[in-house]
Design a protein around this ligand. Sequence first.
Ligand SMILES: CC(C)(COP(=O)(O)OP(=O)(O)OC[C@H]1O[C@@H](n2cnc3c(N)ncnc32)[C@H](O)[C@@H]1OP(=O)(O)O)[C@@H](O)C(=O)NCCC(=O)NCCS
Length: 191
Amino acid sequence: MNSNWFKLVMKMTKVEYGKNLLLKGGTDRLQQGRCQVEDWGENVTIKSSFLSNLVGLYSRTIIVTRAPGAEIEIGDNVGISGATIYARKKITIGDNTCIGGNCKILDNDFHPIEAEARNKLLRDENGGDSDLVPSREIKIGKSCFIGCNSIILKGTVLGDGCVVGAGAVVAGKFEDNCVIAGNPARVIKRL
Ligand SMILES: CC(C)(COP(=O)(O)OP(=O)(O)OC[C@H]1O[C@@H](n2cnc3c(N)ncnc32)[C@H](O)[C@@H]1OP(=O)(O)O)[C@@H](O)C(=O)NCCC(=O)NCCS
């Protein structure tokens, strides 16, 4: 499927995107429930085919607004490679930020941590919309560099100019210009 097809689908599903959107390979976008908002800036590049980023992508880029009111905002000049961006609340990605291959940005846990609540939702066919799923907004600043295969968890705030090391598991709040790495991710230097 070519990128014009995806742009048409995005227009039909009311995704706002700026000029020069470049889609390399089919991106999967899914909006479930009502009132989701997606706002993409100018010169956004989204890579999805295996060799579109030579780090080797394990899957296409997947962008999901899940649950009523979920929002995703992508700034100008953002590049995304084979990432999953899954919002139940809100995910913001600042201008000039690069999201490395196979990164996961998840503002929610998909399931409650309490077994009773989790089991209840498994039986409920509308369970995916439940407020019981722990969810907190993620903010990624401007000019950040997110390394490949990293996982950004709910509630994370990265200041402008942050760098996330390859394979990091990130939860928490980090000031501008921090380099963070590891699991759990910690500041390894300041720029
Ligand atoms: C985080 C990163 C930018 C740091 O690079 P750097 O500033 O040159 O840092 P160094 O290589 O000097 O490493 C500094 C320390 O951090 C550790 N470190 C570096 N990267 C790490 C990572 N991803 N995970 C865990 N520890 C890491 C090093 O082992 C070193 O530890 P030490 O001081 O105990 O010896 C780099 O290692 C990295 O992960 N780059 C991402 C590459 C990538 O994913 N590109 C995108 C592909 S799509």
